[in-house]
Design a protein around this ligand. Structure first.
Ligand SMILES: *[C@@H]1O[C@H](CO)[C@@H](O)[C@H](O)[C@H]1NC(C)=O
Length: 261
């Protein structure tokens, strides 16, 4: 029988050992100072920890009913877009990092679950999801300053692409639009009509800010969420903020939320 003390030491050692192993296997995260300024608000020369000029991050989502895309009880992802804090934005910022193999890049990093999420929630209305992902990364992702290659201490090729898609899916799940609207009694229905203020109230109760609510022929079709970021877009803190630039295109009342059939 080992003494109590020696088994305690053995336990301690095994804990130390297992934590040492998991530390040595994981890549060090990209660290930003805790007092990193908030994008669009502060200023900094460190473009790896301060998103600039695209300091306003938008998560855009679709409710596609014709043709239907994605699950009947979920919105789908359009993209994550850096905006210059004022409604203008840069696009296609780095032709050398435009890719036509997003699925392969994500698979190559072993991110099976992420790829499943993309296949479920990031849908192209014409059915060509891969091309849609390429378009979003090439046009918008390449303009996120904190996701530039030099920002990664131990860069492995295209890991910033994986970060872009992972962060977008994480934000999408965090806002959970379908559930938040449903909890407020706003559900898809053939005949019901909703007010814009009702939708804004439901969303702001969870997101803390209003969003842009877009309609197509009086039917709910797109939502845009806005954040400033403290630190990097991939690991920093997202602080919700008011929309900039465009305003909602939905009418004040009589908004249809058509079921996906
Ligand atoms: C994706 O395409 C890029 C550019 O052509 C290439 O360098 C990279 O190896 C490809 N990645 C995978 C996993 O196929």
């Amino acid at each position: 029988m080992p003494s109590l003390r020696s088994s305690a030491i053995a336990l301690l050692c095994s804990q130390l050992f297992s934590s040492a192993v998991s530390i040595s296997l994981a890549k060090p995260p990209q660290e930003c100072p805790a007092d990193s300024p908030l994008s669009c608000q502060g200023s900094s020369e460190d473009t790896c920890c301060f998103n600039t000029p695209g300091g306003l991050l938008l998560l855009t989502q679709f409710w596609d009913t014709d043709p239907v895309t994605g699950p009947a009880d979920s919105w789908t992802i359009h993209g994550l877009w850096p905006d210059n804090c004022d409604g203008t934005y840069e696009s296609n910022c780095d032709p050398s990092r435009e890719y036509s193999n997003i699925s392969a890049i994500i698979e190559g990093h072993g991110k099976t679950e992420l790829l499943n999420d993309l296949n479920t929630f990031w849908k192209d209305y014409e059915g060509d999801d891969e091309s849609f992902w390429e378009h979003e990364w090439n046009k918008h992702g390449t303009c996120i300053s904190t996701m530039e290659v030099d920002c990664y201490p131990e860069y492995t090729p295209q890991e910033e692409v994986v970060d872009y898609f992972q962060k977008t899916v994480d934000l999408f799940k965090q806002v959970n639009t379908y559930q938040v609207l449903a909890d407020a009694g706003i559900v898809p229905d053939e005949s019901k009509e909703y007010d814009l203020s009702q939708i804004q109230e439901a969303i702001s109760a969870q997101h803390g800010q209003e969003v842009i609510v877009n309609c197509k022929s009086g039917e709910l079709n797109e939502l845009w969420y806005f954040w400033h970021v403290k630190g990097s877009a991939q690991t920093g803190e997202y602080v919700s903020t008011t929309p900039a630039g465009a305003s909602s295109s939905c009418p004040d009342s009589g908004i249809k939320y058509v079921p996906k059939k």
